[in-house]
Design a protein around this ligand. Structure first.
Ligand SMILES: [Zn+2]
Length: 447
């Protein structure tokens, strides 16, 4: 089957899906100009064998099973031991030869393509979060108390496995070399770098990835031409005071709690007064630990937070001001304050040529009305950035919400969930993206 046939087949199969699914995506997404998932005419014009994408839709049960298995057994960064074993097993059963990769729990799978002059990396992150999932009767609730796939990485893994399955079944033939990376520890911000240090990008020309998005209905996608995600860091400030009795001799101490409180208030002025209104940055202190007894002046306070900015320049400005504010507050409060950057994560910067290919690709599968092109980087930190620094890369949002069913909680919310039909959509759009990127390359296009 040639590429055109494949794409048309994709169209045809998606049509069947829309027709045979009780709630079609078309009912959920208003507007006109829908693509192959929603528009009968577009489907008709395609006029091709139905089998190829019907096979993708037939995969929904399996995709759902994988996603739920991952969901029930979340593991945090570098501890994804069972997750690792599960992925290895599923891929091996497909007769692939996945390899453990890097010093911890990474996996790489290479699938040779017809044209070996381009290799596309496909990244899926595999870690969960130390968050307790809401107990609202969902049957696939996390079985590991205090841990939860609250960022949808379970879905990312299922979609990558679905893509592998489509290749294994012959539903989809790799037009170019594909390298799947199953990457640990995205939430820690260090997993991508670990994979890169181990050589995951050796021989890889371009990289694609996606993230589930609860702000968009399933069947929709969002993409940006440029910086996708914030330049971000995690910081801590240690405030050193002097202990004394809180009732009898406060004048002999230096109150680390009061110092920390002033500092937190001062930090809030940085974004308000050093960042121009149209630009975006945030500073949030999420932890403050101080004191051991109620009537003692605390001699130590440690606060921790995150700072994010929409581009590198704003990031540097805010970082500099933060440091100055810490130094200034330290002087005015007469107590040492030491700021430390625990992690710095660059933004994901999308490749403009890949944008030109992936936009029409998503529009073809989902319909142009269902693809949002937006212009402001979001404040999520995402370590896919590390790949995007080294290779032309593209990262986009895949809608997974279902407002009607109340599936609309934010990432990291204890009630976060997805409409699992989005798993099929994820596989379909990634197939189309790969086909279109390969076509661009074959036509002499550069990235
Ligand atoms: Zn995530």
């Amino acid at each position: 089957m040639n590429r055109t046939q494949l794409i048309t087949s994709l169209v045809a199969a998606l049509i069947i899906v829309a027709v045979s699914t009780p709630t079609s995506a078309g009912e959920l997404v208003p507007g006109t100009g829908h693509g192959i998932l929603f528009d009968g005419k577009v489907r008709e014009q395609a006029g091709v064998p139905e089998g190829v994408v019907q096979a993708l839709w037939d995969m929904q049960e399996e995709l759902t099973k994988w996603r739920r298995d991952f969901h029930r057994h979340p593991e945090v960064g570098y501890k994804e031991v069972k997750t690792h074993a599960y992925i290895m097993k599923v891929l091996s059963e497909m007769k692939f030869e996945p390899k453990s990769f890097g010093p911890t729990t990474g996996i790489v799978l290479d699938v040779p393509g017809r044209d070996k002059s381009l290799t596309i990396g496909i990244r899926a992150d595999i870690d969960g979060l130390p968050i307790t999932e809401i107990d609202d009767g969902r049957e696939y609730r996390s079985e590991i108390e205090g841990y939860f796939h609250g960022c949808g990485h379970d879905a990312h893994m299922a979609i990558a496995l679905g893509l592998a399955k489509a290749l294994a079944d012959g539903t989809f033939e790799a037009p170019v070399n594909l390298r799947f990376f199953f990457q640990p520890a995205e939430e820690l911000g260090t997993g991508a770098q670990e994979m890169i240090d181990a050589g995951v990008l050796d021989g890889v020309d371009i990289v694609i990835g996606l993230h589930v998005d609860p702000t968009r209905e399933w069947g929709r996608a969002g993409l940006i031409d440029g910086t996708f995600s914030a330049f971000a860091n995690a910081f801590s400030v240690e405030v050193t005071g002097l202990a004394s009795h809180g009732g009898m001799s406060p004048e002999l101490g230096r109150d680390a709690i009061v110092g920390a409180a002033y500092l937190i208030t001062q930090l809030q002025t940085v974004v308000a007064r050093n960042v121009a209104p149209p630009d975006a940055a945030t500073i949030s202190v999420g932890m403050l630990n101080a004191g051991t007894v109620l009537n003692q002046i605390a001699d130590k306070a440690v606060l921790m937070g995150t700072m994010r900015a929409q581009d590198a320049e704003i990031y540097e400005t805010v970082k500099e001001r933060m440091t100055e504010v810490v130094e200034g507050t330290s002087k005015s409060m007469d107590m040492p304050m030491k700021i430390e950057l625990l992690i710095e994560m660059p933004g994901v910067v999308n490749n403009p040529e890949m944008f030109k290919v992936i936009l029409p690709s998503l529009q073809a599968v989902l319909g142009s009305d269902n693809v949002d092109v937006y212009s402001e980087a979001n404040m999520a930190g995402e370590d896919f950035a590390e790949y995007s620094l080294k290779r032309p890369s593209f990262f986009f949002w895949l809608g997974i919400a279902n407002e009607e069913k109340g599936i609309n909680h934010t990432l990291h919310h204890p009630a976060f969930d997805i409409d699992e039909r989005a798993l099929v959509v994820g596989v379909a759009v990634q197939i189309q993206n790969i086909v279109k990127l390969a076509e661009h390359h074959a036509a002499g296009g550069k990235f």
